[in-house]
Write a protein that binds this ligand. Structure first.
Ligand SMILES: *Cc1c(COP(=O)(O)O)cnc(C)c1O
Length: 220
């Protein structure tokens, strides 16, 4: 079942787009099923849950942290996360850096942007990101690397609006790329698109989609 769903999604996405299988709330057996079908990248949005899963599941899984995180929980994911999608403040980034240092690693991160119309969503504005990237505090962080941007579109069915939100994130990516990361080849990820909207996101430049329910079924 999971195998077929993964294959169907893979058929829809070009080779330059990375699929993150969002396994939040799902048991290890289902993750193993996806793993045995060849999937290696999984996304979680609770720190303790990522840690618990990473400790027992195969070591060649790449764990992505995709949720809002409190600073005091960064320590749980720092040994395991290969990419944190949800950086929305310099304070959070400084804590990730601190935990990266403790774990003797450089942690890849995406800046999360607010592109939706819903108040409940998190993320920076372009202006806030520019301020973050020019701050002296940022320039001193050696155990993190910013490799791109992430955004969550509105939870709606309006294709035109979704498309505009994705276009906005692509524009933000291009601005930052030109103004802050011109000589940084590793700044290349645009994480956008979920089960309901990933095809539109890819049309608008996504390089990484985060798909949960279309692989694992609905969550409770
Ligand atoms: C849950 C979640 C997803 C996956 O959502 P689906 O609609 O199940 O594909 C993607 N991104 C984030 C940030 C999430 O929290």
């Amino acid at each position: 079942m999971i195998k077929e769903k993964l294959a169907a999604i893979k058929k829809n996405i070009p080779p330059n787009v990375t699929l993150v299988a969002v396994s939040k709330t799902k048991p290890n057996e289902l993750i193993e099923e996806a793993y045995n079908s060849g999937q290696r990248i999984f996304g979680e949005n609770k720190a303790q849950e990522l840690k618990n899963k990473a400790e027992v599941l195969p070591k060649d899984i790449e764990w992505h942290f995709i949720g809002h995180i409190q600073r005091n929980k960064v320590k749980y994911i720092a040994p395991y996360a290969s990419l944190i999608h949800s950086i929305d403040s310099i304070k959070l980034l400084a804590e990730v850096n601190k935990q990266g240092l403790k774990n003797n690693r450089i942690i890849n991160c995406l800046l999360q942007f607010y592109i939706a119309t819903e108040e409940t969503k998190f993320g920076l504005s372009l202006e806030e990101a520019e301020e973050l990237l020019t701050s002296s505090e940022f320039l001193n962080l050696k155990n993190i690397k910013i490799v791109g941007v992430m955004g969550m579109a509105s939870f709606i069915n309006n294709e035109e609006q979704l498309r505009n939100e994705f276009i906005r994130l692509k524009y933000i990516f291009t601005q930052l790329s030109n103004n802050f990361f011109k000589h940084t080849e590793t700044f290349q990820t645009i994480s956008m698109g979920m089960s309901g909207d990933y095809k539109i996101a890819i049309e608008e430049g996504s390089t990484m989609i985060r798909v949960g329910s279309a692989i694992f079924g609905n969550r409770n």
